[in-house]
Design a protein around this ligand. Sequence first.
Ligand SMILES: [Zn+2]
Length: 176
Amino acid sequence: MEENRATQNSIPTSTAYWVDGNDIIIKTSLNWDIFADANNGVGNKTEEIVNRYIWDFIIDDKTRRWLSGFFKRVREDKKPVIIPYRCDTPALKRYMQMTISVESEDILMVKHRVIKTVPMQKPVHFRASISEKSIKRCSVCNRILIDNDWLEPEKSMIGEYVSVRYGVCEQCESLT
Ligand SMILES: [Zn+2]
């Protein structure tokens, strides 16, 4: 499969935000907005997120519990954790890495880095839904649940526009 490193021109491949002890976003890295723009609304602009709870931006309980489990662990152990995840766009599989580390006291730095991108065999536009009938999608590895199997989108028969409800698959849950 063809690989495509996300290093063209000035598009940053990593960005970060910081949360205080109450999980309120206190700042972002200087390139945050460029990163958000380059990623087509995958991120929110700095002015929209600073001084708000990180949890306001995570829709489902399972993903919240998943991430807050890591926050708790890093604050307790004072040791960084590195977590692989995916943040796909309709046309690209984006392999990402999140590094959570203690900055000072209870302040955490959460850094996101693009490791590599791989074109989708066919584009898929996912739309978040809360309907029980929607297909489940893991917000960490971005796979979808079809007949009890977590599959890559192109390995399933889904169409181009798909409503999904977000959660965390068993494999990603076992990372915490
Ligand atoms: Zn997963």
